[in-house]
Design a protein around this ligand. Sequence first.
Ligand code: HEM
Length: 153
Amino acid sequence: MKIRMLVVSAFAALVLVACGGGGGKKEDTTVAAGGEKPLYDRLGGKDAITAVVDDFVANVAADARINAFFANADITNLKAKLVDQICEASGGPCKYTGKSMKESHAGMGVKEEHFNALVEDLVKSLDKFKVGEKEKTELLTALGSMKPDIVQQ
Ligand code: HEM
């Protein structure tokens, strides 16, 4: 009798496991349909993004083509806002709370050449931190979409 009960409960347990553990647990949804992780994860998360932004802002500060724009900038705030912006744009858990790109660059007279110089400074940092070509392109595409709000024609 005891053995029969044991067999029955073992069978029930097997059915439960086969049905997904009995808790209705769904598959991991953090992985996109194509099996690829969000760009945020592929970049290495917030610590890696922070390291890239620190290096990038140092490049900008040393870049005579554009550093005059940042003479009166609040660099600590700028770095924090950039990290949140990149984190959010790449599918990370952050929320960008800064001004819109249009508002924060209004009346600055940013030209295409300045925008390109800044992107070059970012690429230098992405290369230094060995960010892959695919991830680099995805990030630059996301930031490139902001260009019409930043560059004044
Ligand atoms: C994709 C390109 C760019 C992105 C993603 C970007 C992003 C940002 C962000 C997030 C802020 C802070 C907004 C806030 O405080 O709420 C900011 C401010 C600023 N940006 Fe940009 N920016 C870009 C291009 C440029 C370029 C090309 C220049 C000039 C060469 C520039 C100059 C500035 C300056 C001077 C500030 C104000 C800093 C301050 O007053 O503290 N940005 N930008």
